[in-house]
Write a protein that binds this ligand. Structure first.
Ligand code: ADP
Length: 161
């Protein structure tokens, strides 16, 4: 059974992330989407909330071979714990490429079993990023086209609308 880990911040999860996840779920037997806890960065939403929203978004999408989790520390150590040697990541623009290549090569240098598989989301979701979503939301814009229903609903409630 081939398991892949899809690590990231998912702060919050977007349709771009979901499309990458859907592709991964078609390629691998199981995908574990795992929210990385970053001690230094406080984040927009607490990690537990991000996990809860991912679970709801997956229910909305109807994906079955996907698990949701969070982890602390190095991704390669988490992957080993889960018996996975593949990391799933998404590529948007050329600007992502340099960072992703460096990350992938670092992880392979730390653990040569680890391979990173990159997926490009559909054009309609490819440009979406959590940071743009936050920017739009903080300026009272409409984010409904970019995030799953549960994320939009939760954030609207937070705003008291
Ligand atoms: P990180 O902080 O690890 O970059 P993100 O939540 O921003 O976490 O992204 C997780 C992964 O998903 C990254 O590989 C990122 O490039 C990818 N990703 C994010 N948004 C999209 C999108 N719209 N299309 C394709 N890949 C995406």
């Amino acid at each position: 059974m081939k398991t892949a880990i899809y690590p990231g911040s998912f702060d919050p999860i977007t349709y771009g992330h979901l499309d990458v996840l859907k592709n991964g779920a078609e390629i691998f037997d199981k995908v574990i989407i795992a929210v990385a806890k970053n001690g230094e960065k406080k984040g927009f939403l607490p990690v537990d909330k991000r996990v809860e929203l991912i679970k709801e978004a997956i229910r909305e999408t109807g994906l079955e071979n996907v698990e949701v989790d969070s982890f602390e520390g190095l991704t390669i150590n988490y992957a080993e714990k889960k018996g996975a040697d593949v990391l799933l990541r998404g590529l948007r623009a050329v600007s992502d490429f340099e960072y992703e290549m460096q990350l992938s090569q670092t992880n392979s240098a730390l653990d040569e079993k680890i391979k990173t598989v990159f997926v490009i989301a559909k054009p309609e979701y490819n440009f979406i990023s959590s940071s743009t979503i936050k920017e739009i939301y903080n300026n009272n814009g409409d984010i409904s086209k970019f995030v799953p229903l549960c994320v939009n609903k939760f954030l609207q409630e937070q705003r008291g609308l």
